[in-house]
Write a protein that binds this ligand. Sequence first.
Ligand code: UD1
Length: 422
Amino acid sequence: MANGNSFVIRGGNELFGKVDLHGAKNAVLPMLAAALLTKEEVIIEDCPHITDIDNMVELLREVGGEVFVEGRKIRVRGQARTNKISSRLEKTMRSSMFMLGALIATVGEVRLSLPGGCNIGARPLDIHIDGLSKLGAVCEERDGTVICHAKKLVGAKILLRYPSVGATENLILASVLAKGKTTLINCAREPEIVSLVELLRKMGAKIRGEGTSVMEIEGVDELGGASITPVADRIVAGTYLSALAITGGELVLRGANKKDLRTTLSAIGNVEAYADGIALHARAKRPRENEWLFEQVACDLTTGPYPLFATDMQPLLCAVKCFSSGTTVVRETVFENRFSHLREMQKLGANVRIEGDVAYLSKGDLHPGEMVANDLRGCAGLSVFAMGIEGESRVVGTKYVDRGYENFEENFKNIGCDILRE
Ligand code: UD1
């Protein structure tokens, strides 16, 4: 990854060209944890080169997995052998939470320091722990560390109080090797979960109902090797679509799945898109001077668990709607602290008012300037926002984007954006 903690963006260019999407970060991360459930080899194709995955690979190695990264392919061999995770890794990434399900199912004990709050919200683990306890794990919290033990997990009926993505994934990972049947009620339905289940099924797991709110898992004695190409990254695809809506142009997103982008496309409003089975072809009119008002349509939207509007797309959609004539109303219901990007957009003239979990935004008198990112999708949102403003803007905080986007500035440069890292 390139050095330099800022993007310098000279906005105003249209975007044209082809972009290859990679596998979704949020599918690859739990798949890597799933690979620890078998001694045989698991191959995950099409993995992006991003820091969240580098850290997860290191984490797998710490607990005893042999991991080979060969270009976009990651091969994992060897079941987890230890539950020791260095605190550096545990603290740097939330995905270490997936170790809860995978390690309890294999090693029988896991210790995780509570992740605590992150920049977008508190992110507690109570739903994970409640579910694991129902499967027979004994969990306690001591001095900010969660310790869970289980000799043998036994299937159970688990009602999740909220369809948490991570908790659903953890409970799937914990129950595929449990004795008997587990039913998850009110579980998450994200495409990345469906993709994880596809891998587990290839490994020999017995699972039904993925993509719906009730899943049934019949425990098996052991799992075997398998290979998988994860679902494409719909948030990365949505990032390009948001940029296109702001700048105008024509993009071909190879590998994008139109179905998973339905809510994004309908919220963005002014991008025409059709899929040909291999790629998504997307087009938006170039907004001419003072004609933004006719190009962008304001909207009312509420983030929520899939199939509702994805919270990860919220900062990107806000960027688009800051170029709209009417007032867009955004209610963020998933994370309690996910509007910091709006305060930065405000510095560049966006018309923003925040009242609790609701933001009202519309186009102001936009001008270039400097913005400071606070989280991964926020950084992407600020960058595409700057792409729509004539003149030179700076977005500080490239390390966030590197967590989830491979070669962010290279890829945008290739489709016509004037962006560099310094
Ligand atoms: C995952 C995604 C993240 C996305 C989010 C919501 C990964 C690695 N990350 O995160 O990109 O933004 O889904 O789609 O896949 N909650 C509790 N108790 C719990 C668990 C969650 O209160 O035990 C709350 C969280 O604080 C949050 C909400 O539930 O307010 C959603 O969290 P969750 O779906 O678990 O998100 P993650 O799995 O952390």
